[in-house]
Design a protein around this ligand. Structure first.
Ligand code: UDP
Length: 254
């Protein structure tokens, strides 16, 4: 086992000290949780798939000039990332009605929204990540008005990219969550995308059949979550058709 310093352990990922100052190692675990941690299972291979899917998305965002914390993948479960000061918000972008929006506003599940909608939740497990407004965010100093403008423009750009990416492989991007942080380079501070983007943090439906290909399968107690994640990776061209990407076995494309 390694003796590196653990910085933070979350529900699905662990952060370790990185090899250079200003870097961290993000380790993807196989743990799946729902209902604020009430439901918890180990899904063999999930961490490997999310590491690869998130790598693919973040490297594309970097290439497009939408800066993220991702530097490079280190191995099956780990990536080297830039250290950021996390802004305590979950930024949710919605294209179709699902999940908590349906419950809150009584919309029909799957309705296309008149336009993409951005929502913010305050990251606090004890409070159950409550929905907050821009007023709360600026009044409590979680982000300044200028930072909030940046965050909203990043969220829109990430949505535009992801909608097209998934559309190209026959998947509807219903909604997703991102987290962002402040990255300091000398005197310069920039907001960049952090955490992960994977089927754990997106709702993804097959365009033709509306079949779910995301973490809702786990939330609802349905079978086939890992097969769905593998299908997303295969459609994106990250895995070969025949690969099965479990936690062991050197079968991933590099
Ligand atoms: N989401 C997430 N982490 C959270 C809450 C939500 O990744 O702690 C994602 C979720 O997978 C979905 C989107 O954010 O893609 C919107 O979730 P929603 O607010 O509908 O909450 P949920 O119904 O998942 O509780």
């Amino acid at each position: 086992m390694s003796n590196r310093r653990k910085i933070y352990e979350g529900k699905a990922k662990t952060l370790y000290e990185g090899p250079q100052p200003g870097t961290l190692i993000q380790h993807f675990k196989d743990d799946a949780t729902a209902g604020n941690g009430k439901k918890h299972e180990i899904i063999d291979g999930k961490g490997v798939l999310n590491n690869r899917i998130s790598e693919y998305i973040f490297s594309n965002l970097n290439r497009l000039g939408i800066q993220t914390h991702f530097i490079r993948r280190l191995n099956m479960r780990e990536q080297l990332i830039k250290e950021v000061e996390i802004i305590p918000l979950e930024i949710i972008v919605r294209n179709f009605a699902a999940g908590s929006l349906v419950k809150r506003l009584g919309l029909e599940h799957g309705t296309r929204l008149p336009r993409s909608i951005i929502e913010f939740c305050y990251k606090d497990d004890d409070l159950g990540d409550p929905l907050v407004s821009e007023e709360h965010i600026t009044a409590f100093g979680w982000a300044s008005p200028a930072e909030l403008d940046d965050i909203m423009s990043i969220a829109v750009r990430v949505n535009d990219f992801l909608v097209g990416l998934f559309m190209g492989v026959g998947i509807q991007l219903v909604d997703f969550k991102i987290e962002v942080g402040r990255h300091f380079e000398g005197d310069l501070m920039r907001i960049i995308v952090a955490d992960e983007i994977s089927p754990d943090s997106c709702r993804l439906w097959d365009i033709k059949t509306n079949r779910k290909l995301d973490k809702d399968l786990f939330r609802e107690g349905s079978e086939g979550m890992i097969d769905a994640y593998r299908e997303v990776a295969q459609r994106l061209g990250i895995l070969n058709e025949t690969e099965n990407a479990l936690s062991t076995g050197p079968r991933l494309v590099t």
